[in-house]
Design a protein around this ligand. Structure first.
Ligand code: ISL
Ligand code: CA
Length: 555
């Protein structure tokens, strides 16, 4: 068997603090809210919490714009609240992984204030400043949040680079002082006792120094991805980070790596431990085929099983023995899994949520659960643009509907229903009291009206709930090394309806089959005798899988 590691055997639960639990009635989730709900996570059985950013922030992008890495966001509480949360989590055997957002800072960070002061400021070179080209933008790159990546600074007559909002200037990692400062703040958190880092867009910290124009494909702005992702020095900088900080502690590290390929992942997440433990790849979420025909990420289409399976099987088989996978359907940037890949309608919501969970948790890699996924929470139907909160959606609306007028407001709203990040950010549904028990005040973003039926209280009371199914999947992983370490072998690669595979370890075989449709479909994988590990159906029919049936046997 390969090297055993605790982070390979763990299940991670992502908390988006703003939307998890509000302890003081201001309508915003906070650290004390999380502390109060830790027993719920203990019951679920997760090993680790990944906390989306809780640092001081003006909240242009809900905490992904940090103005002080050593302080807590006012909305979320104080450093004392943080310390208490960490201590309580540790006393329950739950680890805490911090979100490390260091491709950029907030424009309100003291580093940027100093940098922008003058061309010869001591921190000028901490960010990426360029002279105007032919009196205009330095190049044609488009930002992830609409518009150009360049913002002109009147005071000093230069542009600074921001891959995301203009309040998120990109740091210049080529400057050794920047790396020193980042490694210092990481060590500061490690000394506090945190258990790891999820590294935001860490594949983007080394840019192509020639800053060439990107392909426009008929759009207004050029595609910067080839010039900012997996850049010339990214592995050098991560190896330096590893030597100087990571390897001094026992951490879980996961890189969010936009634009990552298999070959790049083998470097970022190499089994030799020289960089990170694992990466998040995006092909099955942001890159599902069909998308490029649409407008950026905005689409009303759903991914198909064959396309999705091809991508995930590739990651499963090609990283074998070389690097470690992370497994996810959902996070705070994605629509809800059951709405996107399953069936959110009444009859099949629970069955399909369990099927998706089985399909993912039996794969090889470390699984991530996003808050509410364990309840089968669904997307929201947005009634009007005023209900949306995410800067990505609001900027896209402004650029495409209000100013550009090339997309109708009606179509854009359908896209928001389908893929907007706010679908993941509606409040956690705790019970059927007003505002789903999330807050006694006015929530910062609308609560999904289906909370009356879909909530944690109801799920805990129902032994057949999605929650208890996740609890069982987590417990199975902890008890069966084959689920963690078994080799992945794809099955039925041409089947239109079924996602099936085996896991193989020391003469044992685990067979997994999931019906992704609402019909009975033929399946002969279970005719050999075996012991049932888990299924979302109590009884089975020969030679077929029932609608959204998932079955796992070991033999
Ligand atoms: O969300 C996306 C598409 O809908 C991605 O392009 C996303 O912006 C990208 O994966 C980077 O995400 C991370 O960095 C952003 C932040 O807004 C996201 O929430 C974070 O996960 C900037 O810090
Ligand atoms: Ca609060």
């Amino acid at each position: 068997m390969e090297d055993r590691k605790w982070w390979k055997e763990a299940v991670i639960y992502q908390i988006y603090p703003r939307s998890f639990a509000d302890s003081n009635g201001d309508g915003i989730g906070d650290l004390n809210g999380i502390t109060a709900r830790l027993p719920y996570l203990k019951e679920l059985g997760v090993d680790v919490i990944w906390l989306s950013p809780v640092y001081k922030s003006p909240n242009d992008d809900n905490g992904y714009d940090i103005s002080d890495y050593r302080d807590i966001m006012d909305d979320f509480g104080t450093m004392e609240d943080f310390d208490r949360m960490l201590k309580t989590a540790h006393s329950l055997g739950i680890k805490i992984v911090m979100d490390l957002v260091v491709n950029h800072t907030s424009d309100e960070h003291a580093w940027f204030a100093c940098s922008r002061k003058s061309r010869d400021s001591e921190k000028r070179d901490w960010y990426i400043w360029k002279d105007p080209k032919d009196g205009g933008l330095p190049n044609n790159w488009g930002s992830f949040f609409s518009g150009s990546v360049w913002e002109f600074d009147e005071g000093t007559g230069q542009y600074y680079l921001h891959m995301f909002s203009k309040k998120q200037p990109d740091l210049n990692w080529d400057n050794p002082s920047v790396r020193d400062a980042v490694f210092d703040l990481m060590a500061w958190w490690c000394e506090k006792g945190i258990d790891g880092f999820r590294m935001d867009v860490i594949s983007m910290i080394s840019k192509d120094p020639s800053y060439p124009d990107g392909e426009t494909n008929g759009g207004m702005f050029g595609n910067a991805m080839p010039y900012v992702c997996n850049g010339p020095h990214v592995h050098e900088y991560l190896q330096e980070m590893n030597r100087r900080v990571l390897k001094r502690y026992d951490l879980l590290t996961v890189g969010e790596t936009a634009g990552v390929t298999i070959d790049e992942a083998k470097k970022y997440a190499s089994c030799d431990g020289s960089e990170l433990n694992m990466v998040f790849q995006f092909e099955h979420t942001d890159g599902t085929p069909g998308r490029e025909l649409h407008f950026g990420k905005w689409t009303t289409e759903k991914p198909t099983l064959p396309a999705l399976r091809k991508i995930l099987n590739k990651w499963q088989t090609e990283l074998e023995g070389a690097a470690w996978n992370s497994l996810y359907w959902d996070n705070h940037d994605q629509p809800r899994a059951v709405s996107r890949f399953g069936n959110e309608s009444g009859k099949y919501r629970v069955l399909s949520a369990k099927m998706l969970a089985t399909c993912l948790h039996m794969m090889k890699g470390t699984p991530y659960i996003y808050q509410g996924e364990e309840l089968g929470m669904t997307n929201v139907h947005w009634e009007s643009i005023d209900e949306l909160r995410d800067i990505e959606a609001l900027n896209a609306w402004k650029q495409n509907v209000v100013e550009g007028k090339w997309i109708s407001g009606e179509y854009m709203m359908q896209c928001f229903d389908n893929v907007s990040r706010d679908n993941a950010r509606t409040p956690m549904q705790w019970d059927d009291s007003p505002n789903a028990g999330f807050t006694t005040g006015t929530p910062w973003i609308k609560v999904n009206p289906n909370y009356v039926a879909i909530n944690a209280k109801a799920a805990l009371a129902d032994p057949d709930s999605v929650f208890h199914y996740y609890r069982k999947l987590i417990a199975l992983r902890h008890a069966n090394p084959i689920i963690v370490y078994g080799r992945f072998v794809p099955l039925l690669m041409e089947d239109e309806n079924i996602y099936a595979y085996e896991r193989v370890l020391d003469g044992q075989v685990l067979t997994v089959a999931c019906n992704w449709t609402d019909r009975e479909v033929p399946c002969d994988l279970f005719e050999e005798p075996g012991r049932k590990l888990i299924s979302n159906y109590a009884s089975h029919k020969p030679h077929l899988l029932q609608p959204y049936e998932a079955r796992v046997i070991i033999h």
